[in-house]
Write a protein that binds this ligand. Structure first.
Ligand SMILES: NC(=O)c1ccc[n+]([C@@H]2O[C@H](COP(=O)([O-])OP(=O)(O)OC[C@H]3O[C@@H](n4cnc5c(N)ncnc54)[C@H](O)[C@@H]3O)[C@@H](O)[C@H]2O)c1
Ligand SMILES: O=C(O)[C@H]1O[C@@H](O)[C@H](O)[C@@H](O)[C@@H]1O
Length: 267
């Protein structure tokens, strides 16, 4: 893959669902991987460096900066991937993203790709086409944590000269299984396309939706296309396009009060 072959990239959250698949794709592109997680990571190529963080070490900025030293970029996937207690989301997703950016700054790593989420705008109506320029309307505390992550990226670009791309990932699933997925699905191959574009685009700062080329979409793809992201797959080939009535939030069940209330335990 032009541009990425021979580069060294750190992947945080490397052991997770997206991290495992993405590392396979990037190893095939000739990328040398530095894999960071609190969970065990199965290396996908000879010489892959693995940094297993202790949960207690997440605050170890120096350790993270050491892991990132010499990298051409970092893909920051580590985090809680759904609604949870806000204290945990603040610590893992918001402070964790600050650590990834600050470690990149200290290690002089020039670019970071953030795994943001469509849930940043999950309270918009399904009748609205959303682009990355509209004000955030998160569908829960998880979405709020991703809004903060995007704001941290903007700060590190404007103030400290990093380059960042935030991908608002749709529903990363093996296959779409619901009416909502028919609009929000991101296939494995399209995810690899989105990350490659974000990792190589000649931009200082961008936010875009990472979603497949589903025949019905709630999100404008222009900002992704400007980075070179051209999705190919279509959930409409795999699942019926059952109508979703106007007045329904794009986050669907995630946007209901109960979804958050059931996951707020700590205090
Ligand atoms: N899966 C989706 O549909 C989707 C959609 C939008 C955004 N995202 C985002 O993409 C990222 C990856 O999602 P996923 O589905 O692969 O989730 P996942 O839970 O499978 O992977 C997350 C990984 O992060 C690791 N991790 C958690 N806290 C950590 C910490 N403090 N330090 C280091 N590693 C830590 C976990 O051990 C795990 O391996 C997340 O940030 C998620 O919010 C996912
Ligand atoms: O919108 C979605 O479907 C997805 O949003 C992502 O942020 C979450 O990580 C994932 O669990 C959801 O399935």
């Amino acid at each position: 893959m032009d541009g990425l072959s021979g580069q060294t990239w750190a992947i945080t959250g490397a052991a997770g669902r997206i991290g495992s698949d993405l590392r396979q794709a990037l190893a095939g592109d000739g990328v040398r991987l530095v894999s960071v997680d609190v969970a065990p990571v199965q290396p996908v190529h000879d010489g892959e460096q693995v940094h297993r963080l202790d949960v207690a070490d997440v605050a170890d900025l120096d350790g993270l900066a050491r892991a990132l030293t010499g990298c051409d970029g970092v893909v920051h996937l580590a985090g809680i991937p759904d609604e949870a207690d806000f204290h945990d989301l603040a610590e893992i997703n918001i402070v964790g993203t600050y650590h990834a950016l600050e470690a990149a700054r200290r290690a002089e790593v020039p670019r970071l790709v953030l795994a943001s989420s469509n849930r940043v705008t999950g309270c918009y109506d399904v009748a609205t086409t959303v682009d990355p320029g509209v004000p955030p309307r998160p569908d829960g505390f998880y979405g709020v944590s991703k809004v903060a992550g995007e704001a941290l990226c903007r700060l590190y670009v404007d103030k400290f000269g990093l380059r960042t791309v935030a991908l608002r990932i749709g529903s990363y699933e093996e296959r779409p299984v619901s009416a909502r997925h028919a609009r929000t699905w991101l296939s494995r191959d399209d995810a690899a396309r989105a990350f490659r574009a974000a990792m190589t685009a000649d931009v200082r700062f961008a936010v875009c939706y990472a979603v497949s080329a589903n025949r019905e979409l709630w999100w404008d793809l222009a900002d992704g296309r400007a980075l070179g992201f051209e999705p190919v797959d279509d959930a409409g080939d795999l699942v019926p396009l059952t109508p979703i009535p106007p007045g329904t939030p794009q986050g669907g069940e995630f946007a209901t009060p109960g979804y958050s209330l059931e996951r707020m335990h700590r205090r």
